[in-house]
Design a protein around this ligand. Structure first.
Ligand code: CMC
Length: 426
C-alpha cells in the first residue's frame, strides 16, 4: 500500500501520496495539491523539491555516495573509460564489446565539424570567455546538422554528434584563440588522447601523448559525467521541456554551468589561490573573510548543496593530483596551498558546523593545470565531461510519458491593481 502524508489547512485535510525511490528516499507527491486545495508550495532554490523521478544517478549527500546507473563512481573511475561511462549513462547499461566498438565508430564518424564553423571563432571579440563561445557554437550546430527523420535517429545520431563534436569545437576554439593551425581528430586515438592531441599537437612540435595524462583526463571526465538534478542539468531539462532541439537544450546547460557557484568554481578556485599568493596575506586571513557574513568572499571549491560530507569526487581527484604530479615530477605550489587551506578549514568550527568540505572543483584545477589546460578553459573541460549526463537526462525526460512543459508557479508580492498614470502626471 502506498504511504500518504496529510496536510491540514483551514479545517480541511488533504492526503498526499508518498513516493519511495529504490534507495529508500521518500518524497511527497504534490502534483494535485493546487487542483484540490488551491495552494502551491514555495521552495527557494528548490532545495526541498524533486523535479522528476530519474533512473540515472543516485547520490547520498550525507554518506558521500555517487553512482551512475547503480555503479559506484569509484569503480567507474578505476575500471572504465569516459566513452564507456557515457554509453552507460545515455543507454542505461554497460555496452558489450560489439556495442562499444559500434559506439566508437559513430564517435569517430561524427568527430569533424563543418569547416564553415571556423569563421565564427574569428568574429568573437578577443578575450571572449570560452564558455560563452562554446554555448553559442553548440546552439549553431542545429543550423549545420538539421533535424533527422525519426526521433530514434535524432537521438542516436545527435547524441554521438554532440559527444564527439563538442570535444572538437573546444580544442578548435583553443587553437583559434592562439592563432594556431587547427588540429583535426584522428581515428586511431582514444576519446581522451584525441582531445589532448587536438589541443596540443603542432606542425612544428608534435605532441607526445602521455598515458598518465590521458588517464588523468579520463578519470576527470568520468567524475564529472553526471550529478543528477543540478543547476545546468535542470536547465537542460527545463529548456528541453519546451520540446526544443537537443543542441539548444545543451547550449542552455553550458550557459548555466558557466556560473562560479556551479561549474565555474574550478576556474574560481585557481584564481582565488593565485590572488591569495599575490596579496601576501595569510591563508587564515582568507578563512576569516569566508566566515564573515558581511563579506561576499567565499572559499571557492568548498560546500555543496547536496554533499554535507567530503565530495566523493574530490577524494578521487585529490589522490590523483598527488599521483600524477609526483609521477610527472611537477611541483605545483597551488597544490600545497590547497592542501593547507583544506587542513585549516576542516579544523575550523565554522566549516565543521556548516558541513563545508572540499567539492569536486577544489582540486580539479590542479590536475587540469598539470595537463596543460589554460585556466579560462577549465569550465569547458567540466562541460565536455557533463555532456553524457545532460544528454541522458534530456533523453529520459523525452521518453517519460508524464513529462510536461516545466512551468513553476509563484506567489505574487508586487503592487495590487492600480491605474496607469499619463507621463505628465507622474
Ligand atoms: N565559504 C564560506 N561559507 C560558505 C560556503 C563557502 N564556500 N559555502 C556555503 N557557505 C555558508 C553560507 O555562507 C551559509 O552560511 P549561513 O547559514 O551562516 O548564512 C551556509 O554555508 C549555507 O550556504 P548556502 O549558500 O545557503 O548553501 P547552498 O546549498 O545554497 O550553497 C554552494 C551551495 C555550492 C553554492 C556554496 O557552498 C558555495 O557558494 N560554494 C562555493 C562555490 C563552489 O565551490 N561551487 C561549486 C559547487 S560543486 C560543483 C557543482 O556541482 O556545481
Amino acid at each position: 500500500m502506498t504511504e500518504a502524508a496529510t496536510l491540514t489547512y483551514q479545517g480541511k485535510t488533504y492526503e498526499l501520496p508518498v513516493i519511495e525511490g529504490t534507495e529508500g528516499e521518500k518524497g511527497i507527491d504534490i502534483s494535485r495539491l493546487r487542483q484540490t486545495s488551491g495552494l502551491i508550495t514555495l521552495d527557494s532554490g528548490y532545495a526541498n523539491t524533486g523535479s522528476c523521478t530519474s533512473a540515472i544517478t543516485f547520490m547520498d549527500g550525507e554518506k558521500g555516495i555517487l553512482r551512475y546507473r547503480g555503479i559506484p563512481v569509484e569503480q567507474l573511475a578505476r575500471h572504465s573509460s569516459f566513452r564507456e561511462t557515457a554509453y552507460l549513462l545515455v543507454r542505461g547499461s554497460l555496452p558489450t564489446r560489439k556495442e562499444l566498438n559500434r559506439f566508437s565508430v559513430l564517435l569517430n564518424d561524427a568527430s569533424l565539424v563543418h569547416e564553415d564553423m571556423k569563421v565564427f571563432y574569428q568574429n568573437f571579440p578577443k578575450g571572449s570567455h570560452p564558455m560563452g563561445i562554446l554555448s553559442s557554437m553548440v546552439n549553431a550546430l542545429r543550423s549545420f546538422y538539421p533535424e533527422l527523420q525519426t526521433m530514434e535517429e535524432e537521438i542516436d545520431i545527435t547524441v554521438t554528434r554532440l559527444l564527439s563534436k563538442v570535444r572538437t569545437l573546444a580544442a578548435m576554439s583553443y587553437k583559434m584563440s592562439r592563432g594556431h593551425t587547427v588540429v583535426y581528430p584522428r581515428p586511431d586515438l582514444s576519446y581522451c588522447a584525441n582531445f589532448l592531441n587536438m589541443m596540443f599537437d603542432s606542425p612544428v612540435k608534435p605532441y607526445e601523448i602521455d598515458e598518465d595524462l590521458v588517464e588523468a583526463l579520463n578519470v576527470f571526465w568520468i567524475l564529472h559525467a553526471d550529478h543528477e538534478q543540478n543547476c545546468s542539468t535542470s536547465a537542460v531539462r527545463m529548456v528541453g521541456s519546451g520540446r526544443v532541439n537537443l543542441y539548444a537544450a545543451i547550449s542552455a546547460g553550458i550557459a548555466a554551468l558557466w556560473g562560479p557557484l556551479h561549474g565555474g568554481a574550478n576556474q574560481a578556485v585557481v584564481e582565488m589561490l593565485q590572488d591569495i599568493t599575490a596579496s601576501g596575506k595569510s591563508m587564515q586571513h582568507y578563512i576569516e573573510r569566508a566566515k564573515d557574513r558581511q563579506d561576499p568572499f567565499r572559499l571557492m571549491g568548498f560546500g555543496h548543496r547536496v554533499y554535507k560530507t567530503y565530495d566523493p569526487r574530490a577524494k578521487i581527484i585529490k589522490v590523483m593530483c598527488d599521483r600524477v604530479l609526483d609521477k610527472l615530477k611537477i611541483s605545483d605550489p597551488l597544490l600545497d596551498m590547497a592542501k593547507e587551506m583544506e587542513e585549516i578549514a576542516l579544523r575550523d568550527d565554522y566549516f565543521i558546523e556548516h558541513n563545508l568540505y572540499p567539492n569536486v572543483d577544489f582540486y580539479s584545477g590542479i590536475i587540469l593545470r598539470a595537463i596543460g589546460i589554460p585556466t579560462n578553459m577549465f569550465t569547458v573541460m567540466f562541460a565536455i565531461g557533463r555532456l553524457p549526463g545532460w544528454i541522458a537526462q534530456w533523453k529520459e525526460s523525452m521518453d517519460d510519458p508524464q513529462w510536461k512543459l516545466c512551468r513553476p508557479r509563484q506567489i505574487y508580492v508586487g503592487p495590487a491593481e492600480r491605474d496607469y498614470t499619463p507621463v505628465d502626471q507622474r
